[in-house]
Design a protein around this ligand. Structure first.
Ligand code: S3P
Length: 218
């Protein structure tokens, strides 16, 4: 892996003037003033819900895992196997920092990203964290039959996910907003996420005396 693989700003470098103009137009109409960072365990639905929410709002979506893979030219599994988990975590931290320094968007974080104190600090400063909470049965069901998650290949997925719940849920609980991921059509969870964010930003707006940008209605 090239040492600087994560820090590249490929899109910004290649952005023609017309697209920059469009991005500025987009910024004026952004429904949320900050990047919404979806956190939670593998299988909680962060990518699926995030992509749908961004499409509804007409704003950008990024999946941190996909950005890491693109920057490294390797899949997550290959990064774990060839370079080890600590190199993956270092890359994840850099990718999260890069994505959080850009325009507000919807960002699906990998399950471990919010565990990193520096990433949590950046999320607090530049974003709004939303924990998509799910119970063990749902996580086991949603991750079954998918083999792109190296952490779940080291033993019994139910046992591993149970251990990660114990370790991580107290940290995910520090998120600004918490929404339960439903075992239903994903749009039901997207509705709940949108409603929770609307309330969150309305409360912030009221607390700041109406100084934050208006929020989208559900
Ligand atoms: C991980 C979650 C994965 C991916 C990597 C490690 C974790 O992302 O970043 O396999 O530590 O929980 P998803 O949560 O999107 O599956």
């Amino acid at each position: 892996m090239k040492s600087d693989f994560i820090g590249r700003r490929v899109k910004a470098q290649l952005c023609p003037r017309a697209i920059v103009g469009e991005m500025m137009e987009l910024h004026k109409s952004l429904p949320y003033p900050k990047t919404v960072v979806l956190v939670g365990l593998m299988g909680a639905g962060k990518s699926c819900v995030g992509r749908r929410l961004a499409a509804r709002l007409g704003i950008a979506f990024a999946d941190a895992d996909k950005e890491i893979e693109a920057a490294a030219g390797l899949t997550i599994s290959e990064i774990f196997t060839k370079l080890g988990e600590s190199a993956f975590r270092e890359g994840e931290r850099k990718v999260m920092a890069r994505l959080l320094s850009g325009e507000p968007m919807i960002l699906a974080a990998g399950g471990g990203a919010f565990l990193d104190p520096e990433t949590r600090r950046l999320v607090k400063t530049h974003g709004v964290s939303l924990w998509l909470r799910a119970d063990l049965d749902l996580l086991v069901k949603r991750t079954a039959g998918r083999d792109h998650r190296p952490l779940l290949k080291t033993g019994d997925p139910r046992e591993i996910l149970g251990r990660l719940i114990d370790l991580r849920y107290p940290i995910y609980a520090q998120a600004d907003v918490i929404v339960d991921s439903q075992d239903l059509d994903p749009d039901v969870t997207v509705d709940a996420v949108q409603a929770a964010l609307t309330t969150h930003f309305a409360v912030l707006d009221a607390a700041s005396g109406g100084l934050t940008p208006a929020v989208a209605s559900v």
